[in-house]
Structures are given as structure tokens and as C-alpha cells.
Design a protein around this ligand. Structure first.
Ligand SMILES: [Mg+2]
Length: 293
């Protein structure tokens, strides 16, 4: 189809925690938190290993709370210099395929591979190669979402985490958005989601019944975006070389500041931080998925 884009969203799995487990044998297989110490005032979880997540530990949670949930959890101070180096290496891998790279944070980026440098042509193959290179060269895992726009690619990358690749085919995008639960649409949190559900709006199909004006009335400016995205239309370009605020801020601010800024950044993208809960029951029109063993 002419004019149709090929967008990949890559998201490293439990990035900071995975780097620490990679670099320290003694951390592997253990519940681990990267972030502020629980003794300190206002210490928060910047990243939790998958072992820690089993206890309900989540990013942005107070470290004290994490300790309550899992008394054995290991706390590790972030090494942002190292994460930034790894992030640069990941970026170098992306660069083999495209210069249209838009980082959202140290561990997340959109890639436009509509015209890839190596003329591979298949966005799925490119995503596969990128994931393989990250594994081989950096000994880390990444999840990828592949589709025709940023919104769908980002939702997709979260669907088979960790170490997954999810493709939402062009023909499936409309059906995918119709089945998408409303809470996946918002950057505005649970309170608003609950408010919307009280209006008997649960899925994209429900949102689609509203006019653009009604959506604007409910969501403000974002309503216009929702009107389009619920129809599978997201024309936001992949903007290369935008220095993300969180990347720039990490050296100078505390973890807490960094997390807040990343959250704001995600809100601006109209997408929640990847939720840690598994993709819930009413799964979308059987997307094509690949799991690495
Ligand atoms: Mg991540």
C-alpha cells in the first residue's frame, strides 16, 4: 500500500535491572531493585527485575514498600553512566537499519524502517535481527512491536514481554484498536479510566461511537488524537535525534525526578508506561506473535 509506514517500537526488558544482573553473577535469578535505598527518604524503585516483579514490586514504587513486599529483595544503586553506554550501543545497532530513530528513554525507541538502509524490506525481519544482535552483542533482551504507526507498535511491544516480538498486520490494525481496552488508551491514569468506564466505555469500539467533539469534551485536546487512533490512524512521525529529557536529566537529578520525567514523556505519547500485568483476557484479533524460547 503506498504511503504506508513500517514502524518498530523496541523496549528493553527490565533494562537497569537486567544490566545489573548481566554484570553481576551474584544478582542473577534474584529479586533485585535498582533505585533509591529503602532507608533514605523518598527512595523509589527505578527498575525491578522480573524476579522482584513476582512479589508485586513495580517501577516508581517507594523502595520501602518494595522491601515490605519482599524482605529478601536486593537494592542496587543505579549506574547511569553504564546504562547510557549500553543505550548508545543499542542505538548503534538501530543505526545499521535506519537513521529515523526516536528515543523515548534510555531503553525505548521508535524506529521508522519504511526505507531501511539494507533494503531488507520486512520490518519483522529487521526487528528479529535487532533483537538477535542485542542478545548476541550486549547479552540483554529486548521486546519489539511492529506495525504501521507508533501507537500500535508501542502497545504491541508490551504484549509479549519479556523477550517477545509482536506484529500487528496492517489489515488487523482497525480490529486491534476496536478490541483494545480503554485503559490502554490513556496516559491519564486509573481515575480517568474508571470515570470513562462509568460511561459504559470499555473498548475502542465503544470510543468509536463518540463524535470528535464528544471525545474532546471528555479528554480535552487528547480527544482529537483518540478520535483518530481509535480508527487506527496515528500520523505522528518518528522524529530522529530528539534528546529525551530523561536521558539528559539522569546525570544531574535523582531517580525520582527521572521517573517523573519519563512518565510525563510517556503521557505526551498518549501511552501508559508498559503495564506489568500480562495482556488481559479479551485478547486482540489474534496478532501474529513470535516468542524466542
Ligand atoms: Mg523497558
Amino acid at each position: 500500500m503506498p504511503g504506508q509506514r513500517k514502524i518498530i517500537h523496541i523496549d528493553m526488558d527490565a533494562f537497569y535491572a537486567s544490566v545489573e544482573q548481566r554484570d553481576h553473577v551474584e544478582y542473577r535469578g534474584k529479586p533485585l531493585v535498582v533505585g533509591g535505598m529503602p532507608e533514605g527518604r523518598g527512595g523509589v524503585v527505578a527498575a525491578a527485575s522480573y524476579e522482584a516483579r513476582k512479589f508485586g514490586i513495580r517501577s516508581a514504587m517507594p523502595s520501602r514498600k518494595a522491601l515490605e513486599l519482599c524482605p529478601d529483595v536486593l537494592f542496587v544503586k543505579p549506574r547511569f553512566t553504564v546504562y547510557k553506554e549500553v543505550s548508545n550501543s543499542i542505538r548503534a545497532i538501530f543505526k545499521r537499519y535506519t537513521d529515523l530513530i526516536e528515543p523515548l528513554s534510555l531503553d525505548e525507541a521508535y524506529l521508522d524502517v519504511t526505507n531501511d538502509k539494507q533494503h531488507i524490506g520486512s520490518a519483522i525481519d529487521i526487528a528479529r535481527q535487532i533483537r538477535a544482535s542485542i542478545k548476541q552483542e550486549l547479552n540483554l533482551t529486548a521486546s519489539a512491536g511492529v506495525s504501521i504507526n507508533k501507537f500500535v507498535a508501542k502497545i504491541a511491544s508490551d504484549m509479549n514481554k519479556p523477550d517477545g516480538l509482536t506484529f500487528i498486520a496492517p489489515a488487523d490494525v482497525v480490529g486491534f484498536m476496536e478490541k483494545l481496552p480503554v485503559e490502554k488508551y490513556y496516559g491519564v491514569g486509573r481515575v480517568t479510566a474508571d470515570k470513562i468506564k462509568k460511561l459504559n466505555l470499555f473498548t475502542g469500539t465503544d470510543l468509536k461511537r463518540l463524535t470528535e467533539d464528544e471525545l474532546v469534551h471528555l479528554f480535552g485536546k487528547s480527544g482529537r488524537f483518540y478520535y483518530k487512533i481509535v480508527r487506527g490512524i496515528d500520523e505522528r512521525p518518528v522524529v530522529p535525534d530528539r534528546e529525551t529529557k530523561s536521558v539528559a536529566a539522569e546525570d544531574t537529578y535523582s531517580c525520582r525526578t527521572t521517573i517523573r520525567q519519563e512518565t510525563q514523556l510517556s503521557t505526551r505519547q498518549y501511552v501508559l508506561r508498559p503495564s506489568d500485568t500480562a495482556w488481559s483476557g479479551d485478547s486482540p484479533q489474534q496478532p501474529h506473535t513470535w516468542h524466542q524460547a
